[in-house]
Design a protein around this ligand. Structure first.
Ligand SMILES: Cc1cc2nc3c(=O)[nH]c(=O)nc-3n(C[C@H](O)[C@H](O)[C@H](O)COP(=O)(O)OP(=O)(O)OC[C@H]3O[C@@H](n4cnc5c(N)ncnc54)[C@H](O)[C@@H]3O)c2cc1C
Length: 473
């Protein structure tokens, strides 16, 4: 945890600030303390650090010139979209420049024949979805921060979301990228064709690279036709573990719903306290499900899901009768994090992912860890992916409680790894999970990542201090 350090403010040489102003314009360089504070945190609860300046470029050429300057002066540059990430990825932990792409927010092309779109990195996902819907097109990756997260941020994090169960995560939709390297070189990778087997898959290397390898300035995304029918339903369970087993059973029976999301009793009750929606407060867990496709497919899938939920122990299933009811179901998921975050001073949000046949076991582990450390751990998650988000409720102002919460977090990582899972399904490593990287990844693979970073960014200016712990000295 870091605190604001007064001495870091404006530690860039005055001539650097004036050169930045020449590149992007006076109004696009922020140095006032109140502005710097706004870019010193993200959606994590414990990380905060002031940058020395915030730069808001509008063109690739400007990004290139900013990076050339930063590389020459060895100034850290932290790329940033909307700052909604949950791993400390956009925290300027070494100070320097925050390079925020929110002014690069143009949808450059939507091509119905190529089923592709070219966008600037600062386009907000919801704006993109609205534009696509008008054309009858669909971009599946749907992080539940869709109202504010940028497409650049989602590519840099390889974001997932409820629909990724059936349709795949962001990396499956990136056809091409324009990336500015630390040297300022503007590199183009991939293109618009759905197939491209020219050399290594270098575009994929930048997907999920958390702003450490280059600044993404243009993205070409693969699209799908909008599924003609989508139907949503709720399955109500008296036991969380039984709900977890139901998820495994649905998939094992050859049914792949578009979405299966998990919400526990703590979250249901909190919803009903804050904004009553008629959720069953006595239920121990809900599964929120969606089938999508042709009318016949959807009808068959909904019947199969209903049968499997009941045979797996669901107390009740409810099919949404209209769009308003379906919207209510999905509000339960999209607002769940806000509902949880309002309940404690500090919330540690994790996104461990376990094999789909181990979901129930992992839920049991969460329950045991919650008891062992006497901390509340509400659970939501993209259950169909085995991607569970335990939220540890704590207060970083209460050292003893916070210590217990951090121990609980580490034990959740251990439990996920023991089940053959991973410490992050979609939120990335950033600062939050780097202390666990060595337990989760082959040492040679970590070394390879460091070598790749050294080749692309020899002066270590791009988002330094992220993903792995840097050696001292
Ligand atoms: C309520 C809520 C719900 C969420 N739900 C989900 C979910 O369902 N699934 C999921 O995957 N995530 C989820 N997230 C996390 C978050 O929204 C995603 O990680 C998202 O991809 C971040 O986008 P952003 O624009 O906010 O990026 P930021 O947070 O600004 O940046 C994220 C990372 O990308 C880098 N970066 C940003 N832009 C660029 C660029 N142009 N070039 C290079 N690097 C760049 C940054 O340096 C940083 O490392 C949720 C967050 C919240 C607050």
């Amino acid at each position: 945890m870091l605190i604001y350090k007064e001495k870091r403010v404006n530690m860039l040489k005055p001539d650097v600030i004036s050169r930045l102003r020449k590149i992007v314009g006076k109004e696009s360089v922020l140095t006032a303390k109140e502005d710097l504070i706004a870019y010193s945190y993200d959606a994590t609860a414990t990380w905060v650090h002031l940058p020395d300046a915030v730069v808001l470029p509008t063109t690739t050429e400007q990004v290139s010139q900013v990076l050339q300057l930063a590389n020459e002066e060895i100034i850290p540059v932290t790329p940033r979209g909307s700052g909604t990430n949950l791993s400390g990825g956009s925290i300027p932990i070494k100070g320097g420049i925050v390079l925020c792409t929110t002014k690069m927010n143009q949808i450059l092309e939507i091509n119905k024949t190529n089923l592709s779109a070219a966008v600037e990195p600062g386009v907000v996902l919801q704006d993109f979805n609205i534009a696509l819907a008008k054309e009858g097109l669909f971009y599946p990756p749907d992080p539940q921060s869709f109202l504010s997260c940028t497409l650049g941020g989602t590519v840099a994090e390889n974001a997932g979301g409820p629909s990724c169960a059936k349709y795949g995560v962001t990396k499956q939709y990136v056809l091409g990228l324009e990336v500015v390297l630390a040297s300022g070189y503007i590199m183009n990778l991939g293109g618009v064709t759905p197939k491209n087997r020219t050399g290594y898959e270098l575009a994929t290397l930048f997907v999920g690279s958390e702003g450490t390898l280059g600044v993404i300035t243009k993205i070409v995304l693969r699209l799908l036709p909008m599924p003609p029918v989508q139907k949503s339903m709720l399955a109500i369970f008296d036991d969380m573990v039984v709900a977890g087993n139901a998820v495994s059973n649905i998939i094992a029976n050859g049914v792949m719903p578009a979405k299966i999301e998990f919400v526990d009793n703590w979250v249901i009750r909190r919803f009903e306290e804050l904004m009553p929606m008629g959720l069953p407060v006595e239920a121990n867990a809900l599964l929120l499900l969606q089938a999508s496709g042709s009318p016949e497919t959807v009808e068959t899938e909904i019947r199969q899901i209903t049968e499997i939920c009941h045979s797996s122990g669901a107390r009740e299933t409810k099919l949404a009768k209209n769009q308003a009811e379906a919207d209510k179901i999905w509000k339960t998921r999209s607002a769940a994090m806000a509902v949880i975050f309002s309940a404690a001073q500090t919330v540690l949000t994790e996104d461990v992912t376990v094999p789909r046949d181990k979901i129930a076991q992992f839920i049991q582990s969460c329950q045991q860890i919650s008891k062992k450390y006497d901390v509340s751990i509400p659970l939501i998650g993209h259950a169909a992916d085995g991607n569970i988000h335990p939220h540890i409720l704590t207060d970083k102002g209460n050292a003893e409680h916070f210590e217990r919460a951090k121990k609980a977090m580490d034990e959740l990582f251990v439990a996920a790894l023991a089940l053959g899972g991973t410490i992050s399904g979609e939120h990335g490593i950033g600062l939050e999970k780097q202390h666990f990287l060595e337990k989760a990844m082959d040492p040679m693979a970590i070394e390879l990542m460091k070598q790749i970073k050294k080749i692309l960014d020899p002066n270590n200016i791009l988002n330094p201090g992220k993903i792995w712990t840097e050696e001292k000295g």
